[in-house]
Design a protein around this ligand. Structure first.
Ligand code: PGA
Length: 252
């Protein structure tokens, strides 16, 4: 089995460069002793350059929480994928539900993903239903999110990561997360859809992560019984001690 991948999505939780750097220093010490996981960090974009330097040689990758659907031009406040790459970012989260809730649609997710991939950033595509329906229609919803975001992107498969994040489970506590059985079912479904879009061989290589209230308490079960390759962690990734609990739980 490959090392589980943990992506820390700091959102707007950390706003001091000192705190960000001290987190990375602690993380490096932890990973030296305990190299059974791979860790990527998505800090606020202004910290990417500094943290990229701090993480050099440690295997920790630094990336951005979003990139613009536009490539360049008069777009005040947007973050171009090329600029993120030049600042040292190695990956970009795209289509996060919190961006979608602010008005980004599937077309933007598709364009952001294509821009990220074109500039050499590994795209981390987030998909997730707002609510679970008894008739199972959330499966069709996830399929549509995958198909629209990956339109024309068949060649990007090698670096793609997919994060399944049911919106109803984000930002709560371990008790509110999905059960491992529900997760396993969804992971199989996502892999089947990826195989239809990208071909079976490439689809098998893609890491499928889970996100939504991952904490130290539910990590081991979700990892071992949920069939995922790792996690996209929000609130519990912004405090080092809590994140370390998740790293430790991946080892058992
Ligand atoms: P959460 O967030 O871990 O706080 O639920 C996950 C995410 O939004 O990526």
């Amino acid at each position: 089995m490959r090392k589980p991948l943990l992506i820390a999505n700091w959102k707007m939780y950390i706003d001091s460069p000192q705190e960000a750097k001290s987190f990375v220093a602690s993380l490096k010490r932890t990973l030296k002793k305990n190299s059974g996981v791979e860790v990527w960090i998505a800090p606020p974009a202004v910290f990417v350059s500094e943290l990229g330097k701090a993480a050099k040689g440690s295997g920790i990758k630094v990336g951005v929480q979003t990139v613009s659907a536009y490539e360049e031009g008069a777009r005040t406040g947007e973050l171009a994928a090329a600029a993120a790459r030049a600042a040292g970012a190695q990956f970009a989260i795209v289509g996060h539900s919190e961006r979608r809730a602010m008005g980004e649609g599937s077309e933007q997710a598709q364009k952001s993903l294509a821009n990220a991939a074109r500039t050499g950033l590994a795209p981390v595509l987030c998909v997730g239903e707002r609510a679970r329906e008894d008739d199972g229609s959330h499966f069709a919803f996830i399929e549509e999110q995958l198909r629209s975001a990956l339109k024309g992107a068949q060649s990007l498969a090698s670096r793609l990561v997919v994060a399944y994040e049911p919106v109803w489970a984000i930002g709560k506590t371990a008790q509110d997360a999905l059960t491992p059985q529900e997760l396993e079912e969804m992971v199989i479904f996502i892999r089947k859809v990826l195989a239809e879009i990208l071909g079976r061989k490439d689809a098998l290589k893609i890491k499928i992560l889970y996100g939504g209230s991952v904490e130290g308490a539910n990590t081991a079960r979700l990892l071992h019984e949920g069939g995922v390759s790792g996690f996209l962690v929000g609130h519990a990734s912004a405090k080092f001690d809590e994140f370390k609990e998740i790293i430790d739980a991946c080892q058992v």
